[in-house]
Design a protein. Structure first.
Length: 767
């Protein structure tokens, strides 16, 4: 069966059947999983657009263009702010792309090979998980680019310029959805029309350009009228290029070593490996003998990454060889033009594979590689005898069917893994049981603490929480990208918080390591949050891994302490003791062990723990009468989730007259024990030492080498405060004290945070 430039009824029926099959397969899992960052960015921005906000002017939008946001806002105008509608939109778009790919392939190859390409995309779509599952600007741009190439394929050999003009409209939308995918796709489509348009190439090219301009010019005019054009250019163009220069994005894995395990690839396995396998089978894979003892996993990942770089030149060479052959009949010329279009499509998609070059960003652009694989299969099989051709096509069919069986198995496992429903104001999402508990508790907390009109800032990049709660962001940024537009400063964001006076903020300690910490990227804003907010409650799954959120509430002003130990740390003696030998530290070694820092969301006295020993910060001071030591202690919340866990023991001792007494000791391990993910509070009554010169010593020790870090363990705002005694009213009736009356000497009271912002008071008497 020869390829055809004009699809027959059979081809139209097969394309429709592929669409239906792809849609049914997607609907089985379309509402599974919540992807708080990118999915939240699209959904929340679309909701804010319908509230009257203008992206780039009212909302800082680093990197992506506006098209995907406005398209989803249009959907929400029909459905309301709906998680279900957003997911269904992507299910329809990705399923339609399956049909487009079949029709594109049909223009260059036989029906059977084109059908294999369409079926192969069903597997490729799932391996791109989650990017063809949730509504995303990259997926949106990929859909419209594919639509543009399908329209150009239909335009080749036709007199009417209408398909070319429609292709231009699709390309314009893709360009405004994601600049690299849409830009490379638009350039490729223009080149294809000029090279393959025949005698009407000029007319076709002009129609295509008119279609692109019909999208771009009104869009730019509307943003100009809204006063947002300069900020659009700054955020969607200049910031993107500045990011390539300033930011160290993930790069392609090294091709070598090819037949040995690659330590660098394995160090970033979460980014380079298929995300669907990481989501479902991480423990099973990383503990398997195949992974631990062989380089096969490394080799398979590298082959997937580098296959497009081999397929494009191979297909180009094969096409060039056929181009120089004897004159072809019209059907042969149409087939050759269709094949050239596929090569241009794949080359443009490969050019759009900009950093970060990880699995997700590769697989969302991988479908043109499937077209080239089908093209090479078709060209190779056409040169074989009947029996050999059938054998080759049979093997390709078997491989495609096996891939589909694997897709069905993974789809089933995804559905089983994400099996707990969480009703939200924006629709029901199905999650893993532990994650569902976290999200349900978090949304319940938001509903109890805020009203529908109250702002809910979510920091640094989890705006899906706002969308699920149907709350406005309250900030001009809700995706805190480290490469910021020039006008997006900490001062602007602080002004937003001052204006909204948000009573509740959601902060996530689950941050992407390659983006650096929020406190490093936005230091002034972070300092403002430390001064004005505290962690009121932690939302964490019961197992060590998973997204962790903190509910921040406004901090009440506290009276000044008698002694602020963080402020006088430079006057303390810092030492490390191992094997009975004590070394007093100076200079850089001292700074690495102790000092002041801002952590979420406390001023801390950080103290690097020692393994097989202890580090000590010793303050020589006179204890005021009626004084108490108040402090928090724990691990840096940004380090609660770690690949290298460590338990840290905190202790406080006092030395008088050459003898030391232990006043307090506690061990915390929030990395392995999620219930301990909170700042823990303690009080020590120092009345016994009032007026005496003492050495107040803070000690830390770690159980593993991973604990010897400066940014891990700390004392939160350690300070000496006065104990307020009861006032006596006239008539002898005591007034209610501001604080509890003095307790017996050496009593220690720990306030253990139960994870819900409540403190359980456990008085203990130290010997």
């Amino acid at each position: 069966m020869e390829p055809s430039a004009s699809p027959s009824r059979t081809d139209a029926a097969l394309a429709a059947a592929l669409f239906v099959a792809a849609l049914l397969l997607q609907l089985a899992i379309f509402d599974r999983g919540a992807f708080y960052s990118d999915e939240g960015l699209l959904a929340q921005t679309a909701a804010e657009i319908n509230r009257g906000k203008v992206p780039y002017r009212d909302i800082v939008m680093p990197l992506p263009g506006p098209a995907a946001f406005y398209l989803l806002a249009g959907v929400f105008r029909l459905t309301g702010d709906s998680f279900t509608a957003a997911r269904a939109t992507m299910a329809v778009m990705s399923s339609a792309l399956t049909a487009f790919l079949y029709l594109l392939a049909r223009g260059a190859m036989t029906r059977w090979t084109a059908l294999l390409v369409g079926l192969a995309f069903l597997s490729c779509r799932l391996w791109a998980f989650p990017h063809w599952l949730f509504y995303h600007y990259a997926s949106c741009a990929g859909f419209f680019t594919g639509l543009g190439y399908a329209l150009v394929c239909a335009a080749l050999g036709r007199v009417s310029p209408v398909p070319a003009a429609l292709a231009g409209i699709a390309a314009g939308v893709a360009l405004l959805a994601k600049q690299d995918v849409g830009g490379a796709g638009t350039l490729g489509l223009g080149i294809a029309l000029l090279l393959l348009g025949g005698e009407r190439r000029v007319v076709m090219g002009a129609a295509f350009a008119a279609g692109v301009c019909a999208v771009l010019l009104p869009t730019l005019a509307l943003f100009a009228a809204a006063g947002a054009l300069p900020s659009l250019f700054d955020q969607a163009v200049r910031t993107a290029f500045r990011g390539f220069v300033q930011f160290d994005y993930l790069r392609l894995p090294n091709l070598r070593p090819l037949f040995h395990q690659d330590p660098l690839l394995r160090a970033h396995l979460g980014e380079y490996a298929p995300s669907v396998l990481v989501t479902l089978y991480w423990d099973r894979i990383t503990t398997s003998p195949l992974f631990r003892g062989t380089p096969l996993c490394d080799l398979a990942i590298k082959l997937v990454f580098f296959l497009p770089y081999a397929a494009v030149p191979l297909a180009g060479l094969a096409l060039a060889r056929s181009w120089g052959s004897s004159p072809l009949p019209p059907a042969g010329r149409r087939k050759r033009a269709g094949a050239a279009l596929l090569v241009i499509y794949a080359a443009a998609s490969l050019a759009a594979f900009s950093p970060p070059r990880d699995w997700l960003h590769l697989l969302v652009l991988y479908h043109p590689t499937l077209l080239l694989a089908g093209l090479l299969l078709d060209l190779g099989a056409s040169r074989l005898g009947t029996r050999a051709r059938r054998a080759v096509l049979g093997a390709a069919t078997l491989a495609t069917l096996l891939a589909l069986l694997g897709t069905l198995r993974i789809t089933r496992d995804l559905r089983r893994a994400f099996a707990t429903p969480v009703p939200t104001a924006a629709g029901t999402v199905w999650l893993k049981r532990e994650e569902a508990g976290v999200l349900a508790d978090l949304l319940g907390y938001v509903a109890a603490r805020t009203g529908p009109a109250d702002p809910l800032p979510v920091i640094p990049y989890h705006p899906l929480i706002q969308f699920f709660a149907r709350r406005t962001a309250g900030l001009s940024s809700y995706y805190f990208w480290p490469v910021r537009p020039t006008e997006d400063t900490d001062a602007r964001l602080i002004a937003d918080l001052e204006a909204t006076r948000a009573g509740t903020i959601i902060y996530s300690v689950s941050q992407y390591a390659h983006l650096r910490r929020f406190r490093e990227n936005f230091p002034d804003l972070f300092a403002y949050l430390v001064d004005h907010y505290h962690i009121a409650r932690t939302f964490t799954p019961p197992q060590p891994w998973g997204a962790v959120f903190c509910g921040l509430e406004r901090r009440e002003p506290a009276p000044p302490p008698l002694v602020d130990l963080v402020g006088v740390v430079d006057q303390a003696t810092v030492s490390v003791t191992r094997a009975g030998a004590t070394q007093v530290l100076h200079g850089a070694a001292r700074t690495e062990t102790a000092g002041q820092a801002l952590w979420p969301f406390r001023r801390v006295l950080y103290q690097r723990p020692a393994v097989k020993g202890e580090s000590t910060i010793a303050f020589s001071l006179r204890i005021p009468p009626q004084a108490r030591l108040d402090f928090g202690y724990g691990l840096n919340p940004d380090e609660w989730v770690s690949f290298s866990p460590a338990a840290v023991t905190f202790a406080v001792a006092v030395e008088t007259g050459g003898s030391a007494r232990m006043l307090f000791s506690a061990t915390v391990d929030p990395q392995r024990k999620p219930a301990q993910r909170a700042w823990r509070e303690a009080e020590i009554d120092l009345t016994e030492f009032g007026g005496k010169e003492v050495v107040l010593a803070f000690h830390t020790a770690a159980d593993t080498q991973a604990g010897e870090r400066s940014d891990l363990a700390g004392w939160a705002e350690p300070r000496l405060v006065g104990i307020v005694t009861p006032r006596v009213r006239v008539g002898g009736s005591p007034a209610r004290p501001a604080r509890a009356p003095p307790r017996p000497a050496m009593e220690v009271r720990q306030r253990r945070d139960d994870g819900r912002g409540r403190a359980a008071l456990n008085p203990t008497r130290r010997r």
